[in-house]
Design a protein around this ligand. Structure first.
Ligand code: ATP
Ligand code: MG
Length: 281
C-alpha cells in the first residue's frame, strides 16, 4: 500500500499512525491493537505495534518476555534509543513491536522540564520515517498502531500528537459511555492545538454478547452517540480471545477459525476500506 502523509509530521510518505485509545480500563484496547495488527499483517501490511502502556500487555500478548525488553518505548520517549533500535520481531510475519515495561510509570518525572514533552513520540516516528527512507521500500511500515494506557495522561497525549487517527474500543457493558464525551473533547482539543490532522478513524464495539439485551442496548447507544463512526463489525465476547494472550499469541495464531479471529479479520478489512474512501475523498 502506498504510504500516507503522517500525523508524525513527516513531509513525505510514511505509515498510517493510529492510536488505540480509551481512558477507561479493560475495554479491549490492547486486544484490538494486537489482533487488528495481526489481521492487517496477514493481508500484507507491514505493521508496528507500539506499546505505550507501563503494563506492557501488548508486548506480553505478542510473546515478548520481560527479559527480552532490552530497549523499550521509555527509551524512545526519553531519546536514549530510536524506534528502529527497539523494534522486536513477533511470531507473525510483517508484525513488529516496540515493547514497554514499568519504566514508563516514571515518564512524567523524567520529562517534567522538557518543553517538547507532548511531541516526543511524534518526533521519534518522524525520525524513523527519515531513517527508513534510506532502506528498501518493502521494509517500510505501512501502519503503526499505538496501544495507549487507560488514562488521558502524557503517554496518551504523546500518542495522539503523533497519530493520524484514533480508534476507540468501547466495551458493551453498562458504563460504556461513561467518560466517552471527555475522550471526544480531548481529541477535539488535541486537534485544535497539538495535532490538526487528528481524527477519529472509528469506534469499535467490543465484548458484545448477542444474547444479552444490555449488549444490544449499549451498542445502540454508542451508535446514537458516534453515528457512522461506529464500525459495522462488532467484536463478540469470546473466551478464545481472552485465552490467547497467556500463550503469547494473537488470536489469529491461537485459533484462526474462532469467531473472535474472524471478527478481527472483518474489522481489518472494514478499516482498510474506510482508509481507502478517506484517501479518495
Ligand atoms: P487496559 O485499560 O488495562 O489497558 P484494555 O483496554 O487494553 O485494558 P484488554 O486488555 O484488551 O483491555 O482486555 C481486557 C480483558 O478482557 C483482557 O483480559 C482480555 O483478554 C479480555 N478481552 C478483550 N476482548 C475480549 C473479547 N472480545 N472476548 C473476551 N475477552 C476479551
Ligand atoms: Mg491495555
Amino acid at each position: 500500500m502506498a504510504g500516507y502523509v503522517s500525523g508524525a509530521g513527516s513531509a513525505g510518505a510514511g505509515p498510517r499512525v493510529v492510536a488505540v485509545a480509551n481512558q477507561k480500563g479493560g475495554v479491549g484496547k490492547t486486544t484490538t491493537a494486537i489482533n487488528l495488527g495481526t489481521a492487517l499483517a496477514a493481508v500484507g501490511e507491514r505493521v508496528l505495534v507500539l506499546d505505550l502502556d507501563p503494563q506492557g500487555n501488548a508486548s506480553t500478548g505478542l510473546g515478548i518476555d520481560i527479559e527480552q525488553r532490552f530497549k523499550t518505548s521509555f527509551d524512545v520517549l526519553t531519546g536514549s534509543a530510536t524506534i528502529l533500535d527497539t523494534i522486536l520481531k513477533t511470531a507473525v510475519p510483517n508484525l513488529f513491536v516496540v515493547p514497554a515495561n514499568s519504566d514508563l510509570v516514571g515518564i512524567d518525572a523524567v520529562l517534567s522540564a522538557d518543553q517538547n514533552k507532548p511531541f516526543k513520540l511524534r518526533d521519534a516516528i518522524t525520525a524513523m520515517i527519515g531513517q527508513q527512507r534510506t532502506r528498501e521500500p518493502d521494509t517500510h511500515f505501512t501502519y503503526v498502531l499505538i496501544d495507549c494506557p487507560p488514562s488521558l495522561n502524557l503517554l496518551t497525549l504523546n500518542s495522539m500528537s503523533a497519530a493520524d487517527a484514533v480508534i476507540v474500543p468501547v466495551q458493551c457493558e453498562f458504563f460504556a459511555l461513561e467518560g466517552i464525551s471527555q475522550l471526544k473533547d480531548s481529541i477535539e482539543q488535541i486537534r485544535a492545538t497539538l495535532n490538526p490532522r487528528l481524527e477519529i478513524q472509528g469506534v469499535v464495539l467490543t465484548m458484545h454478547d448477542a444474547r444479552l439485551s444490555l449488549s444490544r442496548e449499549v451498542a445502540e447507544n454508542v451508535r446514537a452517540f458516534f453515528g457512522s463512526k461506529v464500525y459495522e463489525t462488532v467484536i463478540p465476547r469470546n473466551t478464545r480471545i481472552a485465552e490467547a494472550p497467556s500463550h503469547g499469541k494473537p488470536i489469529l495464531l491461537y485459533d484462526y477459525d474462532c469467531v473472535g479471529s474472524q471478527a478481527y479479520i472483518r474489522l481489518a478489512s472494514e478499516i482498510m476500506e474506510r482508509e481507502r474512501r478517506y484517501k479518495a475523498a
